[in-house]
Ligand binder design. Structure first.
Ligand code: DC
Length: 235
């Protein structure tokens, strides 16, 4: 496809298991843009609080930790990485302990303010360094970058999302695997939905439903939206 002219910010939100991280990263690679996984920042803060023994329910204390967090996000889509205090924590933040507790941190409004401020700064840096960024999460289209020229909500039916995450976590999408995955998808999205709106597209946000699409088709569907919107904007 023709590469859209830069600078370009592509904001992508979606629920768990919609495929937004892998699809966003692939789109960033195809368009030679930076890639920002905002969920990894909530996970990094959760990891740090757990390391320091901070009670995740103590909102003022967790908000202060968000302000102090020595976080470095590498936004290279080929090798995205997360470091806290010089320690790479890419694997640690995907552990079930973090996945099960991150919503307690994400529903803290003081934390959201601080991480949103950092995410906007990272987007500005990425425009300087790479000509643009694909930034993904739950509130990027609505709060972090509501003026992004391309805004997409990537979704899929609950059944498809549960099946995908069950395969990732348990190697299959049989009944037991899907049941074991329920907390990671349904409960987490319910908690997270109390502070961000990511189950339905906000006005001006394009819905891409990947329920019946495989990975390559999902990437292509997003690239098609980017191309169409950029053509309209340049007319
Ligand atoms: O996408 P993920 O599972 O890595 O996200 C981790 C958590 O952070 C999840 O509970 C949702 C939350 N999150 C958020 O509230 N806002 C964002 N922009 C990104 C993630």
């Amino acid at each position: 496809m023709t590469v859209p002219s830069k600078p370009l910010v592509i904001a992508i939100d979606g629920p768990s298991g919609s495929g937004k991280s892998s699809v966003s990263r692939a789109v960033a690679q195809r368009l030679d843009l930076a890639y920002l996984d905002t969920g990894a920042m909530y996970r990094a803060l959760t990891w740090w609080c757990v390391q320091k023994g901070i009670d995740l329910e103590d909102q003022p204390c967790v908000t202060q930790a968000a302000k102090d967090l020595p976080l470095v996000m590498d936004t290279d889509p080929g090798f995205p990485s997360v470091q806290v205090g010089g320690v790479p924590i890419d694997e640690a933040i995907r552990s079930s302990v973090i996945s099960e507790s991150v919503s307690k941190v994400a529903i803290n409004l003081g934390v959201r303010d601080e991480l949103c401020r950092r995410q906007r700064a990272l987007i500005a840096d990425s425009i300087q360094a790479a000509g643009g960024v694909v930034a993904e999460g739950r509130d990027v289209t609505t709060v972090v970058a509501p003026d992004a020229p391309v805004r997409i909500l990537l979704s899929a039916s609950q059944e498809a999302r549960l099946g995908r995450r069950a395969k990732e976590l348990h190697g299959g999408d049989g009944h037991a695997a899907v049941k074991a995955t329920h907390d990671q998808i349904v409960r987490r999205d319910k908690d997270d939905s109390t502070v961000s709106q990511f189950m339905h597209p906000a006005p001006g946000v394009t819905l891409v439903d990947t329920s019946d699409l495989d990975f390559q088709q999902s990437v292509q569907a997003v690239l098609d939206v980017v191309r169409t919107q950029r053509v309209h904007q340049q007319q």
